[in-house]
Design a binder for this molecule. Sequence first.
Ligand SMILES: [Zn+2]
Ligand SMILES: [Zn+2]
Length: 553
Amino acid sequence: MTENKLQIIPLGGLGEFGMNCLALRWQDDIFVIDAGLMFPEEELLGVDIVVPDITYLLENRKHVRAIVLTHGHEDHIGGLPWILSELNVPVYGTEFTLAYVEGKLEEHGLMDKTELIEITPGKTFSLGVFKITPVRVTHSLVDCVALAIDTPAGLVIHTGDFKIDLNPPDGRPFDLQAFAEYGKRGVLALLQDSTNVDRPGHTPSERSVIPALDEVFARTKKRLFFSCFSSSIHRLRIAADLAVKHGRKVALVGRSVTNSFEMAQDFGYIQVPDSLLIAPGKIRDFQRDKVCIFISGTQGEPMSALSRAAVDNHKHVNIEAGDTVLMSSRVIPGNEKGIFRMIDHLFRREAQVVYDDGTAGLIHVSGHASQEELRMMLHIIKPKFFIPIHGDYRHLKRHAELAATVSEIKQTILLEDGEILELDRNSAKKNGKVTVGRVCIDSGSAGDIVEDVVIRDRRHLSEAGIVLPILAINKTTGRVESMPEIVTRGFGATELSLIEEARLVVGRTLDASSAEEKADYGVIKEKIRQDLKRYIQKNTSRRPLIMPVILEI
Ligand SMILES: [Zn+2]
Ligand SMILES: [Zn+2]
């Protein structure tokens, strides 16, 4: 450790989208900003989530003072259960962020072991030598902050995720004033969100979707299904207010949207009359034009409520001709296939589908700052050193180019995961590297930390085995032609009878699925994977890699 230098060490999120995690160090004091996850790319079959490798933090465990969270999105808090199970440190976050964290920790049995400390914009707290002041920023989620960090080398600002929304639905605007004052005081280094650096202009306010959504509410004659990212609290609030305005009751369908809505009510972000909400089981008691269903699943996730409703496989809701499905979200790259497959099912039911196809008007806005907002921040903060964060390398590079026009910036540093940046009052230099990487996790429990991607498959094969259920589906009839075959590797003789029974499990999954689901390979593979996983884990202690294979004949 170099004496009298501030070290900035990104452990995730610089060179990729997601799993944001960054350490700041001054001598024996380390603290961590955010602990996010990333959803796996398609090639990582059988893996549920990906989190950053925290070897560096574990090696320095006695110096790590805390994890400070900027906001409650999964790419900032989703890795917490895994990190906390290895490294028990206090977690700082705003009220709403901590509400998300509590839910997560409870699920993983970590609630009693973890110290959660609430932070408030404008109120400074200390971690070792660091003095940290949260600054109110706006984003698609509520209660988000940037961090202004006083260090012995100077002031460092980390923006978190943000856009500059001066008129957000919750009445808590972006605190431009605070950033301007820091700018006047002098800022050593700025770390700024690069997500939307490709977009010219200014990202619209969260409020700007109201006219387009209002218009959809006005013209819908039958049931209205409303879907947005469950953490889009502003959006849920807007839709709830529109439901009141248009005389529709609201039913919450799907776990994630229900959780978010209830939390938003608890903390006063959504205020609606109690009589507005009806239980999902009561939906059928109301005329189709008197209900709006807030439903989870904008990304066509195979097991989500909307995907299931789209193939008539949901307990409480079905979709009929003349219903409208309003997807107030964007298509996340990589999810196109699943989303459009789901939209096809909806079209087949003659539902009106309003989605981000370029003709629907402003039904969704981004939560991230566009070029003019990024430029504005660079101009008012005027940092000596600038470090773009949150993005693939090309976003970081573009952001650096954008900053080149700001004359006060002495140097822009393109930092990537694992590189150590050392700063003092006058210089910034890369010096060395720490271990970083992606850790794949195969299911929901904290005991399931799986190894590095490279060795994961090999270990999986040698220790847990592999299970390949193979189905032959007739392309023209859509029928499954024979009993599924199951090929395994790495199972002992005693376990083989069990695998034999697994064929029956797959058979039952197929019986319980509609023809449409069977024709939708994404859906049917996921159903088989989940059912088999449950069965095998219940009857053995194994967690094999399960990869359903469909042969078209
Ligand atoms: Zn975010
Ligand atoms: Zn983010």
